[in-house]
Design a binder for this molecule. Structure first.
Ligand SMILES: [Zn+2]
Length: 187
């Protein structure tokens, strides 16, 4: 997979995880400056500071993306297709074939920077999701099984058996279930 595609997939996962109900303060994007800082860590061109309206619309886009992840397991393919197409149709995209550095040919997506940021992000999100589904399949796009955590991640384990976002949740889940078993043994 090209570096460019990997970046898009990583963006989608990181963007969805800017809200974490496990934490006392689940919202990472509390102000336009927080969002700007988040976007600066990803390859996006932003011209000038974000307005309050842009900020609100981009947070709504993030909520849409989270909703897709949370319902992926129970959604019909036609429903997944519908929501992704809803993102992709935000604005037209210019496509270009690129053969640089002697690597394999790549398709580059270009969206003019004059297009509203939220629309550019919607298309990037739709593309990133499509690439992730294409590369890994919906069964590997997971939500952490240790409630209340809802961190999303891509399960790249050999037998698709990963259930938790990380050590933190795996340990927490195992301790809780160990206690539960102990309690039921006493009863
Ligand atoms: Zn977790």
């Amino acid at each position: 997979m090209s570096h460019y595609n990997e970046q898009l997939i990583q963006f989608v996962v990181d963007f969805a995880n800017t809200y974490d109900p496990f934490l006392d303060e689940p919202e990472f994007l509390r102000t336009p400056a927080d969002l700007q800082e988040f976007l600066a860590k990803h390859p996006f061109e932003i011209s000038g500071p974000l307005t309050e309206t842009e900020f609100i619309r981009i947070c709504q886009l993030r909520d849409r993306l989270r909703d897709i992840f949370l319902r992926l397991e129970t959604s019909e393919p036609v429903e997944i297709q519908r929501v992704i197409n809803g993102l992709l149709e935000a604005t037209p995209v210019n496509l270009q074939a690129s053969l640089s550095g002697g690597g394999p040919i790549e398709i580059k997506y270009e969206i003019p920077t004059t297009v509203a940021l939220v629309e550019r992000l919607a298309v990037q999100t739709g593309l990133g999701l499509t690439l992730a589904l294409q590369q890994y399949g919906p069964e590997r796009l997971k939500v952490c099984a240790a409630a209340p955590c809802q961190e999303v991640f891509i399960d790249v384990s050999k037998n698709k058996s990963r259930r938790f976002c990380g050590e933190r949740c795996a340990n927490r889940y195992n301790v809780a279930h160990f206690r539960e078993r102990q309690r039921s043994d006493k009863d």
